[in-house]
Design a binder for this molecule. Structure first.
Ligand code: GAL
Length: 443
């Protein structure tokens, strides 16, 4: 009981922190505000068949706009085909990594107005917030009925489970430790793909000497820089100690954390000057158009390159694992669950069933840039990036992303994002380490 009250209290604090942070970010729960007219109108179906006789499902996510929404729209189309009587409302809130959506969601959950289902990362973001506060319904029976128990890797089921209960259905697996690069820029400058941090720094310096912007960053939203730092932590600590760091078993005063921070500082010497005014799409665009050589981004950038910039995988752009982490896979999984108190759980389960099916995953993932969470999806639907990534997922060490909610609770991540933001400007390693150590008291 005490634990539950504490969890609720933490959630409440988080709500206020997030609403305060997101206040000037133009949060909106109307997808049509932020996207062109081909989005929410298409999906919030008003056709005669979808008259809502079978109820309504409101799908909450942060997938709006370039590089984000194509997969979701394809999934919604498939659902509407199968359930023409159920109305779909696409309640997406723009902002990468849920920058604004998480605040809107927290306010709605607190106000007893949950969406029918919402995007949530497996791991701490699901389990230490919503499940701990008793706001999600267990889906064990649903998994059994749908025959899903052996359709996802056990590691993934563990990420969406707490105390023996399963609370959400993963739609995908994204990889966070990827560097995308412009093939022509690499060729023109005779660049070899770097595999270690030292080689990476040499390549950055070589490109800078040649007058090319080596690394594109868009940290208008701080998570993009946090993502670089987490990959540097993984490179310095290795997978086991990276996990131990977020389990509170290794301190942030560890020499290898300092090494990661020093590397971070060095790498920040090679980014575009206007990084603070760009988001992840704007930064990726620099690479797509050959104005920068590389960017570290989760593989939703692959969807953006293919679908929005119309670039071809392994022709226009290439990819490699973040140097120093070539044997590792930074896992980001988007999942959807069933909140307590929704009016029409049966219809929501119909949506989860489509989302969890082979057909649903293969409609969503090739467009999103991710690989299917299911083990039995149809590989022929994916390009070389997809099949390479499926293979790496099977063979590499899997580590949970901090920047995308899995490694540690939201309160800690919010603090890390703030400190990273300050570090990008001030680049004071001692102060950064000290602040991280203070924040880690919460782990
Ligand atoms: C991640 C999410 C991805 C993608 C990305 C950028 O947190 O898991 O699906 O949307 O943010 O917004």
């Amino acid at each position: 009981m005490l634990k539950k009250s504490l969890a609720l209290l933490a959630l409440l604090c988080l709500t206020f922190a997030l609403v305060a942070c997101g206040g000037n970010e133009d949060a909106s729960n109307d997808a049509s505000d932020t996207t062109d007219d081909s989005t929410s109108e298409d999906t919030s179906s008003d056709s005669e068949e979808a008259s809502g006789d079978g109820g309504k499902v409101e799908i909450f996510s942060w997938w709006t706009g370039a590089g984000e929404e194509d997969g979701l729209l394809a999934l919604i189309d498939l659902f509407e085909e199968k359930h023409p009587d159920i109305e779909v409302e696409n309640a997406a809130v723009a902002g990468g990594a849920g920058t604004n959506a998480k605040a809107v969601l927290a306010a709605r959950m607190q106000g007893n107005d949950p969406p029918s289902t919402f995007q949530v990362h497996g791991g701490a973001e699901l389990n230490e917030s919503w499940v701990a506060a008793d706001m999600m319904q267990p889906l064990n029976d649903f998994y059994e009925e749908q025959g899903l128990m052996d359709k996802f890797p056990q590691d993934l089921i563990d990420m969406v489970s707490k105390d023996g209960n399963i609370y959400s259905v993963p739609v995908n697996i994204h990889r966070g430790n990827v560097i995308f690069y412009n093939k022509a820029v690499f060729e023109e400058n005779g660049i070899e793909v770097p595999t270690t941090i030292d080689e990476f720094i040499n390549v950055l310096s070589q490109l800078q000497d040649a007058g090319v912007t080596p690394l594109a960053l868009g940290d208008k939203e701080a998570w993009t820089a946090t993502q670089i730092f987490e990959n540097l932590l993984l490179a310095s600590l290795g997978p086991d100690d990276y996990r131990a760091l977020f389990a509170g078993e290794i301190g942030f005063d560890d020499e290898r954390v300092r090494e990661a921070a020093e590397n971070f500082k060095t790498i920040l010497g090679y980014i575009n000057d206007d990084h603070a005014s760009r988001n992840w799409q704007d930064a990726s665009q620099l690479v797509g158009e050959g104005e920068a050589a590389m960017t570290n981004m989760g593989d939703w950038a692959k969807g953006y390159f293919n679908n929005d910039l119309e670039l071809e995988t392994n022709v226009d752009f290439g990819y490699f694992a973040f140097p120093g982490t070539t044997e590792d896979f930074m896992v980001i999984t988007d999942t959807f669950g069933l909140p307590q108190g929704v009016e029409n759980p049966d219809q929501v389960k119909e949506f989860l069933s489509v989302l969890g099916s082979v057909e649903g995953q293969d409609a969503f993932n090739p467009l999103k840039g991710s690989i299917p969470a299911r083990v039995d999806a149809d590989k022929s639907k994916y390009d070389e990036y997809g099949t390479d990534t499926m293979e790496d997922f099977q063979n590499n060490n899997l580590t949970p992303s901090l920047a995308h909610g899995s490694a540690a609770a939201e309160g800690f991540l919010t603090k890390v994002n703030q400190e990273v933001n300050i570090f990008v400007t001030q680049q004071n390693v001692d102060q950064f380490i000290e602040k991280l150590q203070q924040a880690a008291g919460d782990l």
